[in-house]
Write a protein that binds this ligand. Structure first.
Ligand code: EPU
Length: 426
């Protein structure tokens, strides 16, 4: 059985380079379809979700290969417009391909992504935005059939700043006639990275990082070489690892300006965090303090993706911390597993209350989702004895090699593989 074994109770001391951002590279891979050319992505992380995106691109007729640490994607040969149900199920965020296929080919067929381990995953905002741009979309038996002889630019006002809808509409708008303005757009750094990529391909996009993104569509696009930004949630994971275990870690390439809500909470808990142009250093000694309520919110608020990680780091803090999850409906599934390790957490609806305890015990636990799985590793670093973390297929969606990175930071963490992960996917 594949698992990560963590021997807890060891202070960290080490350095790791932060991988490229998963949530940047996934929309950028979809956007490569617009250029009908070769795009080379530098710093592209080797992840299960990236492989799933490449499978989708290959199924559409495109070429993709890894060359000396870069990923080259050739979308010139694309000759299909349908994504199979099996590939859609591999990765729930595959709806991001809709805008790109529709924009390039005038039609797209894919199955509805359905629910995932975080709860329902509706794409109504994506679909209503595309409809406003002139797409005809029929939904039948879980299949979406979309057509648009020509998309038209317009103002789309999102009722919630959805990351995926903003990205889908930005990509679609590049191939539309006229100007599209996405109002109440998501402001996440990954949106700015997508804008950087689209501009490198020749698109006219502005405003990413603010709540209004403007795209002047119809420019001819070409291939490019683009460097993916560092993964802020991987960086948050290692900051929380240091907070949990104590010690000093250096995260090269990490950018504090992407992480200010997380570093503010960790500083309040007692960590000393310094950053410079090359990365972030985090020093933590002694027991942490509980912090003010942590409410997840769209960027620049506290990221939902770091909620489980900070919760794991605070299990041994002095005092009580209240968490409020406002983005996903089912994002406390890690709580039962953290409780097995001795964590004292009460959940009621969207609120979880963590009461710090002096000791955690190494346990056999199972990842419930990507960040929940990483949180189990964070907690295991502070637990007495050995923990065995299973369900690695979740963790592999977003971390190149979590056990390796934790070792580089000074932890005792090893991965044992039996090949069984292939059959575990859920
Ligand atoms: N929502 C709708 N309708 C829509 C779109 C979203 O109701 O049409 C709801 C969702 O159900 C959810 C909320 O709005 O409750 C936020 O969804 P959003 O669209 O902002 O998120 P996403 O694009 O589906 C991305 C990341 C997530 C991250 C969220 C929030 C990618 C590939 N995924 O998801 O990352 O948690 O933004 O920041 O970019 C992860 O890395 O593990 C992960 C889940």
């Amino acid at each position: 059985m594949s698992c990560i074994l963590v021997e807890g109770g060891k202070r960290l001391a080490g350095e790791v380079e932060i991988q490229g951002a998963k949530n940047s590279v996934l929309p950028i891979l979809a956007a490569t379809l617009l250029s009908r050319d070769t795009c080379v992505l530098r710093g592209c992380p080797h992840l299960r979700d990236v492989e799933a995106s490449l499978e989708i691109l290959r199924s559409l007729g495109c070429g993709a290969q890894w060359r000396e640490g870069c990923l080259a994607v050739d979308t010139a040969p694309m000759d299909r417009t349908e994504i199979s149900d099996a590939l859609m199920r591999e990765m729930r965020s595959s709806a991001i391909f809709l805008g790109a296929i529709l924009s390039r080919c005038g039609q797209a067929t894919l199955s509805y992504p359905g629910g995932c381990e975080l709860g329902p995953r509706p794409i109504d905002l994506h679909l209503s935005g595309l409809r406003q741009m002139g797409a005809e979309i029929e939904e039948e038996g879980g299949v979406l059939r979309c057509r648009a002889a020509r998309l038209r630019g317009c103002d789309v006002v999102l009722s919630f700043p959805s990351v995926g809808a903003t990205e889908n509409l930005m990509i679609a708008a590049c191939g539309a006639e006229g100007v599209t303005r996405i109002v109440n757009a998501a402001r996440e750094p990954e949106i700015a990275d997508l804008q950087g990529f689209l501009r490198a391909c020749g698109a006219e996009v502005s405003g990413a990082g603010s709540d209004c993104v403007t795209v002047a569509g119809g420019r001819p696009l070409h291939g490019c070489t683009y460097e993916i930004m560092p993964d802020r949630i991987a960086a948050a994971t290692y900051l929380c690892a240091a907070a949990s275990a104590g010690g000093e870690v250096r995260l090269t390439r990490a950018r504090e300006e992407h992480l200010s809500a997380v570093t503010a909470a960790l500083r309040e808990a007692g960590c000393v965090i310094e950053s410079d142009g090359g990365g972030i250093t985090c020093r933590c000694g002694g027991r942490l303090r509980a912090v003010s309520p942590v409410r997840t919110a769209p960027y620049p608020g506290f990221p939902t993706d770091a909620q489980a990680l900070l919760m794991a780091a605070l299990l041994r803090s002095r005092g009580t911390t209240v968490f409020e999850e406002n983005i996903f409906t089912s994002r406390y599934r890690h709580v039962d597993e953290l409780s097995r390790m001795g964590g004292v957490i009460r959940v009621s609806g969207r609120v979880a209350v963590v009461t710090g305890t002096e000791r955690l015990r190494g346990s056999r636990v199972r990842s419930t989702d990507l960040r929940g799985g990483a949180a189990l590793c964070v907690a295991a670093l502070a637990a007495e004895g050995t923990s065995e973390i299973r369900g690695l297929h979740h963790i592999d969606r977003g971390y190149e090699d979590l056990a390796r990175d934790l070792r580089l930071l000074g932890a005792e963490a090893v991965r044992t593989d039996s090949g069984e992960n292939q059959h575990e996917s859920g």
